[in-house]
Write a protein that binds this ligand. Sequence first.
Ligand code: MN
Ligand code: MN
Length: 350
Amino acid sequence: MPPINISKLYTVDRYITEQEDLHPEATGEFTSLLRDLMFAIRIISRDVRRAGLNDILGLTESTNIHGEMVRRLDVYANEVIYRAMNHSGHLCAMISEENDELIQIPSKYKRGKYILAFDPLDGSSNIDVNITIGTIFSLYQKIDINNTNEPTLEDILQPGYRQKAAGYVLYGSSTILVYTTGNGVNVFTYDPTIGEFLLTYENLKIPKKGRYYSCNEGNYFKWDDRVRQYINYIKTPGIDSDKPYTMRYIATAVGDIHRTLHYGGIYMYPAEKNLPNGKLRLLYEVNPLAMIIENAGGKATDGKNRILDIVPNNLHQTTPIFMGSPENIDELMLFLENKHPYQLMNKITD
Ligand code: MN
Ligand code: MN
């Protein structure tokens, strides 16, 4: 008989309640918010799992069997999160990739002090081909939490270090939840038969260094010379003991980050000649992922600044991004600062 595993079984709900109990100032609002969000996630997970069946069930035309227009799954996921969260009583606004404007809380519902920013489905171009997609979220508070007026622009556009919690869900071979409240990173795996997320890793740490790099290398010729020099360097066999690195890229940012979190290495979406601010969105993609990576012991930079220090100036602004294991980011930074021995030796600094 196998030995009995004595580690505690935790649902995400119970885990967060216990964590909150450790902080006497906690009000239970966060537990309640996360519970609502996980309800939305369970619905989205179910529908992501059924996405491929829409063809054989005749739901791919413009109308379904009820005569309703069939919505794209990312638009649908957006609605599910909105409808689960708008009456929580704890939010004063939401920001979504799918909404151009700030999402207001309807006046008939109580307004709270939290702001929720989210990407309802990340990697949505991968939906139709059954590749991992995800949901990303970030929670922060109004600057003056006792002010019950509508949030100001200053409340909404806060730097990422002010996030109270951040996380993502991956709809992969399992559905998993990864989140942090600033005290380490915890991972939960969804058991659909009981409808619960169960604790799988507590305080997950990223390896100090990894031999993987992850980027859309098809954009190589649009990148800055120093980024290209770095990529050339990490691909050159024998240039030092751990090169060449191995490339992995699935183009669902949250999936690429999740692999990087476990195996180490570097993920990047640099600026391009025609995209000087990169492609990924600061408020609901990059900031939450950066908070996770930092809480796991990694680093996240736009090439000059720590991601979490950037003060946003609009809801949907983008930023170049490099994140991953601390030693990989340090190696990259030497290149970006024209200080790497490889550049100096080959006199290729610019
Ligand atoms: Mn996205
Ligand atoms: Mn999306």
